[in-house]
Ligand binder design. Structure first.
Ligand code: FAD
Length: 565
């Protein structure tokens, strides 16, 4: 209904009158009405931001809103501090302590940002419009509206990926949103209440108390650890008759859990889980899930195994939202699995649309093509070689544009590749062979992996994009300014550069592991205290900071609340 009305909406004219933004009601046919909000003619460019997660919120917090009209669309009128969601599943932290209303965030900005609680259903890049739908029930008026934009910032995150595994949508819990965490909390208590009912066999009680987590990444591991603490610190005291029947199992398709972390952390976590009695099944791929069992294939033997369960949490894989997929098809990215941007976070092939956070990735294939083009342009005499000085200039230029190339060169000692710089007799070459260098670099293609889908990347991208918009006017007025680099025709801003500040993996029992910059690894109780301080300091407001610290204290004094509300 919405899609059909939208195509007609696009030809309907937008009414605008002197000065301010106006609303026009477009009769697209006798039954269908869509409210249209035109572009501002206040002289300022209009930016529409989709999403109020890590990327969208950090963009809004850093934007100089005096220079733009900004409108924000999100189906949730709050920002959620996702790293604490596993703590919400067991009541270590309350749901309201990890969310901050978007209107509180934008109120603090000394200008006006408009917020619409709605979801975007379609992006129309040709006409610079987005079609939105309000999810508010019993609304007096129209739920659908269209917004025009000069620039669009897509920051809608990702959705759960079930890899089309049968039964996952029907029988698994996910851990993506605050509501998911609240649902898990209720179901855990439910499982205990079910298990103590009279008339059940021991086997049935065991099945009700078997918690299965599919996915041994940071979220799955953290949830398993939280659940273990909840069960052993609080629930066993309340349900003593079934305390020995509880089981937690983590199913991981790879060879180790936490396999994106340093090996030392991954084996520390495996040993800790073994001591805690958390079963870790590695090398197993789940093929289907039914109401009371998980069916999986053991990779090493090729055999199938059935695991009975009382509850399953599916914590693996991220997928693209349908309306983003539709947008990708419109702009010729239909064959990709995730929206591609250039290194300035502009959607490839779609000027004026930017994508940040989990919903997009920098297009690595294009980077390799661009690097080849830069070399070809530098090789003016088509000799296939560059002098050392020319080569260094080109390399400098490439590194400014593609910071990940520098990381790769350093980590693989490519700066010292002797064949490139010395001949077979060990004499310094005067010229560098371009093909030889490109060949060495081609391995970058596979190793310059996309950035991880983390809050850290999303927040840094949001800040970076805001700083580009903030400097836009200045750069236009003074294109020869200090930020311009390379030869004419290049972009005025430095590309996005990710700074990895480290990552944590809380492992329960007041222990955590951390991988910090400079290859520094830390594990144990002191790391848990580091985790507490970092996560308290990263809260978006003093309100949530105080609430979170109070929740930790409350849990320490009174334990977690096991009421099923
Ligand atoms: P999100 O934060 O998911 O925000 C997406 C926004 O888009 C939301 O506001 C949503 O309401 C909105 N939206 C959705 N659909 C639409 C639509 N149709 N129209 C308009 N708006 C829409 N990362 C870390 O770095 N460290 C951690 O410890 C960590 N722990 C995590 C724990 C859990 C349980 C989870 C789920 C994730 C964790 N992450 C962590 C990953 C991190 O949360 C994500 O990488 C981050 O949220 C991505 O930010 P984003 O802005 O791209 O998307």
């Amino acid at each position: 209904h919405i899609r059909s009305s939208y195509s007609r909406l696009l030809v309907a004219s937008c009414i605008s009158s002197g000065g301010l933004i106006v609303y026009a009601e477009c009769n697209v046919d006798s039954n269908e009405k869509v409210v249209q909000k035109s572009r501002s003619d206040s002289g300022k460019k209009k930016i529409v931001v989709l999403g109020t997660g890590w990327a969208g919120t950090s963009f809004l917090k850093d934007m100089d809103i005096s220079s733009y009209d900004i409108e924000v669309v999100s189906p949730r009128n709050y920002f959620a501090f996702t790293p604490l969601l596993p703590s919400v599943t067991c009541g270590t932290v309350e749901a309201r302590s990890v969310v901050e209303p978007v209107r509180n965030i934008i109120k603090k900005r000394s200008g006006e940002i408009q917020f619409w609680e709605a979801e975007c259903l379609k992006i129309d890049p040709e006409n610079h419009k987005v079609l939105c739908h309000s999810l508010v029930e019993n609304l007096v008026g129209e739920n659908d509206f269209a917004l025009e934009y000069d620039y669009l910032v897509v920051a809608v995150g990702a959705q759960v990926n079930t890899f089309n595994t049968s039964g996952v949508l029907e029988h698994c819990h996910f851990l993506k949103e605050v509501e998911d965490a609240q649902r898990i909390r209720r179901t855990v208590i439910d499982c205990f209440e079910k298990a103590v009912l009279p008339g059940l066999s021991e086997e049935e009680r065991r099945t009700n108390l078997h918690f299965v987590i599919v996915g041994g990444g940071p979220t799955g591991v953290e949830f398993a650890a939280e659940l273990h603490d909840f069960v052993h610190e609080d629930l066993v005291k309340l349900y003593p008759s079934v305390k020995d029947l509880v089981k937690i199992t983590v199913i991981q398709s790879g060879d180790h859990i936490l396999n994106t972390f340093d090996e030392r952390i991954s084996s520390f976590a495996e040993q800790k889980f073994q001591r805690d009695g958390i079963e870790v099944l590695t090398g197993c791929r789940v093929v289907s899930v039914s109401e009371h069992s998980v069916n999986m294939k053991v990779k090493s033997t090729g055999e199938y195994d059935v695991v009975p369960h009382g509850m399953v949490v599916w914590s693996t894989g991220v997928g693209t939202r349908p309306f983003v997929k539709d947008f990708m098809e419109q702009i010729g990215q239909g064959k990709r699995w995730i929206l591609a941007t250039d290194e300035w976070l502009r959607v490839t092939g779609c000027p004026d649309v930017y994508a940040i956070g989990d919903c997009a990735t920098v297009d690595q294939r294009k980077i390799m093509e661009d690097i080849s083009t830069i070399f070809e342009a530098a090789d003016t005499d088509h000799s296939g070689t560059l002098t050392i000085e020319e080569f260094q200039d080109v390399l400098e230029d490439i590194i400014i544009r593609y910071p990940q190339v520098e990381l790769y060169l350093k980590s693989n000692q490519l700066f010292e590749v002797t064949e490139l710089f010395k001949d077979s007799e060990g004499n310094e070459r005067e010229e560098v062979d371009i093909e030889g260098f490109k060949l060495a670099l081609s391995h970058v293609d596979s190793q310059m992996k996309s950035l991880p889908a983390t809050a850290q990347v999303a927040a840094q991208q949001g800040s970076y994009l805001a700083s580009c918009f903030n400097r836009w006017e200045q750069c236009n007025a003074k294109p020869e300014g200090p930020r311009l680099f390379g030869s004419a025709g290049r972009h005025a801003f430095l590309p996005f550069r990710y700074r990895h500040l480290g990552q944590f993996a809380p492992l329960g029992g007041e222990q955590a592991a951390a991988e910090l910059p400079g290859d520094w690894v830390s594990m144990g109780r002191s790391t848990q205290w580091l985790w507490y301080s970092v996560y308290a300091s990263k809260q978006v407001s003093w309100r949530t900071r105080i609430l979170v610290v109070w929740d930790w204290t409350r849990r320490y004094i009174f334990g977690r609340d096991s009421s099923r509300i």
